[in-house]
Ligand binder design. Structure first.
Ligand SMILES: Nc1nc2c(c(=O)[nH]1)N[C@H]1C(S)=C(S)[C@@H](COP(=O)(O)O)O[C@H]1N2
Ligand SMILES: [Mo]
Length: 418
């Protein structure tokens, strides 16, 4: 095979798998049968002549081809996780290592061709307006470091295997957002209308035809008070937001779970009610075991206090003797006050030292505990406590969707040092 035709084969393989992957993603959402096109494409991909070498792992999808393949776990074309051992010692997660979660296939990269022309409709304010990104850039400037985390991060530790991606710790990163303050923007538009208790953001994905838009659109509501620290952001880690992370414009609601961080945001509305889109009304609810999701159950909103060890790990072993036990901790809504580490499976605890710069209450902190660990097997645990005294619980809160897992025991690591 010439190198050109090898390249073509690789590209067409990637494309087939991408199509199969998006059909799979839609099927997970209960759309597989309804979405005739994606389904048919997946079918024809399946019946296409077998290629000589099938890779064991799915490749990076085109819209995230620039990710560091060695640092991530590719669950599917729309779910890519940072490896636990890849968090390293940096405070800010490089974009190349940051997780990706798309509920719908990512929009066409053509939406980035003229970023400044992207428009957003601001509603539920005294002077509603459609504003371009170019205009937004004249209206204010803020920069906020923030933990971005999928509410399903830690789902992989639920023994009953809830449906959804089995993320362990890597559906999270600490990234810096730059944009305009929503509070300031709203003030300049005369403030919100009376009774608008929610801030509702709508994603700009093109929706497949023939389906009820409410059943698939990404639209989430958070309490309107969250506007205080929210941004309409156009930069991530100092560069224009990549398509995979919601460029050209993303709603950032610091301290809230990932699903509320609306990518490709095209509408920001202050509303009297929560959105009735399925992703809000039935998706992302904390449903007790055995229950069906419904709008009366708590939604996945504020993040909770959490930490995990990043070194040593089975994949990142240390030699016996003097060891620097390292990890990451964040409070969600509040700063981390302290982190405790146990080297004996939770029998005794020592206070770890917070290291590195403190980038504010929405960022995570690095922690370290120096310990002498003899050769053998050790179970290491961490427990973060926020400034209000909230501590990570020992056990996870059981729920159908596998959300909000901040259990100390689930995040423990067992390492064998030689
Ligand atoms: N428009 C839009 N926004 C979205 C999503 C999406 O599918 N479409 N997924 C949400 C979910 S569930 C998560 S966890 C985060 C993921 O952000 P990331 O891919 O930049 O890591 O984006 C959120 N915002
Ligand atoms: Mo998510």
């Amino acid at each position: 095979m010439s190198s050109k035709s090898k390249q073509d084969a690789a590209t067409s393989l990637g494309r087939r798998q991408w199509l199969a992957g998006s059909a799979g993603a839609l099927a997970t959402m209960g759309l597989g049968a309804a979405n005739g096109q994606a389904h048919a494409q997946a079918q024809s991909a399946a019946s296409a002549p077998a290629l000589p070498v099938a890779p064991a792992k799915p490749p990076l999808p085109a819209y995230a081809a620039w990710k560091d393949a060695g640092a991530v776990i590719i669950h599917s074309s729309s779910t890519i996780e940072t490896k636990r051992q890849a968090f390293g010692n940096g405070l800010i997660t490089p974009a190349e290592q940051l997780y990706v979660r798309n509920n719908l296939p990512a929009p066409s990269a053509s939406i980035l061709e003229n970023r400044d022309a992207w428009e957003i409709s601001i509603e539920g304010v005294k002077q509603p307006r459609v504003l371009s990104l170019r205009e937004l850039k004249t209206m204010g400037l803020e920069t906020t470091p923030m933990v971005l985390q999928c509410s399903g991060n830690g789902r992989g530790f639920f023994p009953n295997k809830p449906s959804g991606t089995p993320w362990t710790v890597g559906a999270a990163g600490c990234v810096v957002w730059t944009g305009v303050s929503v509070r300031q923007l709203v003030e300049s538009l005369g403030g919100t209308m009376a009774g608008m208790d929610f801030m509702t953001g709508t994603g700009g994905e093109l929706l497949p035809e023939g389906l009820d838009p409410k059943s698939i659109m990404v639209e989430r509501s958070v309490p309107a008070k969250a506007m205080a620290d929210a941004l309409l952001a156009w930069e991530m880690n100092g560069v224009p937001i990549p398509l995979a992370h919601g460029g050209p414009l993303r709603l950032i609601v610091p301290g809230y779970q990932g699903v509320n961080q609306i990518k490709y945001v095209k509408r920001l509305a202050f509303t009297a009610q929560e959105s009735d889109a399925k992703i809000m009304a039935h998706g992302y609810r904390i449903s007790p075991p055995g229950a069906k999701a419904d709008p009366s159950q708590p939604s996945v909103l504020e993040m909770n206090v959490k930490s995990w060890i990043t070194s040593p790990l089975p994949e990142r072993a240390a030699a016996a003797g003097q060891v620097q036990i390292q990890g990451l901790a964040f409070g969600g809504q509040r700063a981390v006050k302290r982190v405790e580490v146990s080297v004996d499976a939770g029998k005794t605890w020592k206070e770890a030292r917070l290291v590195g710069p403190d980038l504010g209450k929405y960022a995570w902190r690095q922690f370290v505990l120096a310990a002498k660990l003899p050769a053998g097997t050790h179970t290491l645990m961490s427990r973060a406590i926020d400034t209000a005294g909230n501590a990570q619980p020992e056990q996870r809160l059981e729920n159908v969707g596998g959300y909000n897992n901040n259990s100390v025991l689930d995040h423990a690591v067992t390492v064998t040092l030689a």
